[in-house]
Design a protein around this ligand. Structure first.
Ligand code: G3H
Ligand code: ZN
Length: 282
């Protein structure tokens, strides 16, 4: 069943657990997330990056919406990391449950102005908004941010930002990194606690792939209600497909697709267990 993202995150916040938001690009990815969420009796979020939308078009959104509508657990469909007003408008038209207005690359005042404009747009359609303050380093959707350009979220600024934009969820930068962690992750949990104290809305952690289990559990305890997971799913699927094609005498497309689904289910199942959302569907 399709449920508004806002409802999923508020329920998670009251229940002190988190919901996994898994990036999908293909039917295989969608099947992997939905079947793992159903097996865990867990809510989940199917999320689409602008590059995936560019390739799949609104048909990819329609696929996710239909998969969510017919699923036996509460799911929502979210547009991830978008800094284009046109693409956000198109995705809202196509029926996504929520959007991420990504102004993290802009100076504070321009990020605030862009985010407020997108928040007003989404709210006029009855949809919710996530935004990011601070900037993660690492690679996502074909864009790489150097560590020197990254900046951590300032709790006092976060309070002003949330107050003046009216966003429903805030993505924070506390040392988390998009993609592979090339050095052992160092998360600033004091900063996370200070932000949670000041903003009073669900917090979102990007760059979940590669984070140690204990850091995820601690982040949930400190108010993170949504974890974004991409790299671990993508690489599980691609590695399994490559191994299948390398080993198959007469490769079959459907077999390869099933191999990918089975492989991508594993990180979804294990993350759902860590986030504490297993059994929370009812
Ligand atoms: O928005 C998507 C995520 O932040 C994904 O990060 O690829 O490090 O899991 P990840
Ligand atoms: Zn992200």
């Amino acid at each position: 069943m399709i449920v508004p993202t806002e409802q999923l995150l508020q329920h998670a916040r009251q229940g002190r657990y988190a919901v996994g938001a898994f990036n999908v690009y293909t039917l295989e990815g969608v099947r992997a997330v939905v079947s793992a969420a159903e097996e865990s009796n867990s809510p989940a979020i199917l999320q689409i990056l602008p590059k995936a939308l560019e390739l799949g078009g609104t048909a990819l959104i329609a696929l996710c919406l239909e998969a969510a509508r017919t699923a036996g657990v509460p799911l929502s469909v979210h547009l991830d990391h978008c800094s284009s007003a046109d693409t956000i408008d198109k995705a809202l038209d196509a029926g996504v449950s929520s959007i991420m207005a990504d102004g993290s690359g802009l100076p504070f005042d321009r990020n605030l102005a862009f985010t407020r404009r997108m928040a007003d747009l989404a709210k006029s359609r009855g949809k919710s908004v996530e935004a990011e303050l601070g900037r993660l380093s690492g690679s996502e959707d074909g864009m790489t941010i150097d560590r020197r350009e990254a900046c951590l979220t300032d709790p006092a600024q976060a309070e002003v930002f949330v107050g003046q934009t009216g966003v429903h969820a805030l993505a924070v930068c506390i040392g988390n990194v998009h993609g592979v962690y090339h050095a052992p992750p160092l998360l600033d949990f004091e900063r996370l606690a200070a932000i949670a104290d000041r903003v009073g809305i669900p917090l979102v952690l990007h760059g979940t792939s590669g984070l140690p289990d204990a850091m995820i559990t601690r982040a949930v305890a400190l108010g993170v209600c949504k974890f974004n997971v991409n790299t671990e799913l993508r690489s599980a699927g691609m590695d399994a497909a490559a191994a299948y094609l390398a080993g198959a005498h007469k490769p079959e497309l459907v077999e390869r697709m099933q191999v990918e689904v089975n492989a991508m289910r594993q990180p979804v199942l294990s993350k759902i267990g860590l986030f504490g959302s297993a059994g929370k569907a009812s």
